[in-house]
Design a protein around this ligand. Structure first.
Ligand SMILES: Nc1nc2c(ncn2[C@@H]2O[C@H](COP(=O)(O)OP(=O)(O)OP(=O)(O)O)[C@@H](O)[C@H]2O)c(=O)[nH]1
Ligand SMILES: C=C(OP(=O)(O)O)C(=O)O
Length: 227
């Protein structure tokens, strides 16, 4: 594990980043949130989280493009309107297959691109914090950020010409460490770590300060017009 103060092995700048954001169909997304949100609000919150995540990512000066891998047409249209490129989840074989598919889509067009996977459930994501993570990651072949719970992963980066090799899902922090990826232990990147799976996670994200889509959706709840 490397910390902020340690010497990096390669300080070459990697140039602009491509981010791959996976998103499950909204009808199935964020199922663990149902007890806190109710069944009607849950898919709308899942979309709001993705909009805030993609919007913050696109605001980072280091980010050249954001590729969203999803089969959800509603989410695809909403995220394309923000400036993301939408790629169908053609493998339909789960999260890591979707990320590998997104990686191929990026590298077909930009073979030497630095690339990172970023979960779509980071509604408090702050561009300045993601920028720090990208800058730090640029020094290593592969690097990751563990989630707020300290068990999973919210971000995994691969430098130019380096395969992403994602091992997301459940206790992925240990798998990413075992795979040789460097854990990013920067302080002050809470917004990059705060994924939202449960009601407690949502409360933590709201306390950090969520983006406008999530704030608006949470405040409005499920309006009569949405039913
Ligand atoms: N394209 C794609 N994205 C996925 C898939 N599975 C999970 N994701 C996305 O991967 C990220 C992390 O997934 P989770 O935190 O487990 O989110 P989730 O699957 O919606 O949550 P739960 O239903 O509560 O398990 C989120 O952005 C999900 O939308 C998949 O099979 N395909
Ligand atoms: C996708 C992951 O976990 P979760 O489903 O708990 O967000 C992960 O952390 O790799």
């Amino acid at each position: 594990m490397r910390t902020e103060g340690e010497t990096a092995t390669n300080t070459d700048p990697t140039g602009p980043w491509s981010l791959v954001v996976p998103l499950k169909p909204l009808a199935r997304a964020k199922s663990r949130l149902t007890p806190a949100s109710g069944a009607l609000l849950r898919p709308r919150l899942a979309l709001a989280f993705a909009r805030d995540t993609v919007s913050a990512a696109l605001s980072c000066p280091e980010v050249a493009d954001v590729v969203v891998v999803t089969d959800d047409t509603t989410a695809g249209a909403a995220l394309a309107a923000l400036g993301a490129r939408i790629v169908a989840d053609a493998p339909a074989a789960g999260l890591n297959a979707a990320l590998a598919h997104g990686e191929r889509a990026v590298r077909t067009g930009r073979p030497r691109s630095a690339l990172a996977a970023l979960n779509a459930d980071l509604p408090a994501l702050r561009p300045v914090e993601l920028s720090r993570v990208l800058e730090f990651s640029a020094a290593f072949p592969r690097a990751f950020v563990c989630d707020a719970a300290g068990i999973g992963t919210t971000f995994l980066a691969a430098g130019p010409g380096v395969e992403l090799r994602p091992y997301f899902g459940g206790p992925s922090r240990a798998r990413h460490l075992a795979s040789g990826a460097v854990e990013i232990t920067l302080s002050g990147i809470d917004s990059v770590r705060q994924d939202v799976d449960t009601g407690d996670d949502l409360r933590a994200a709201l306390a950090l300060g969520v983006g406008p889509y999530t704030a608006g959706r949470w405040a409005a709840g499920v309006r009569a017009a949405d039913r």
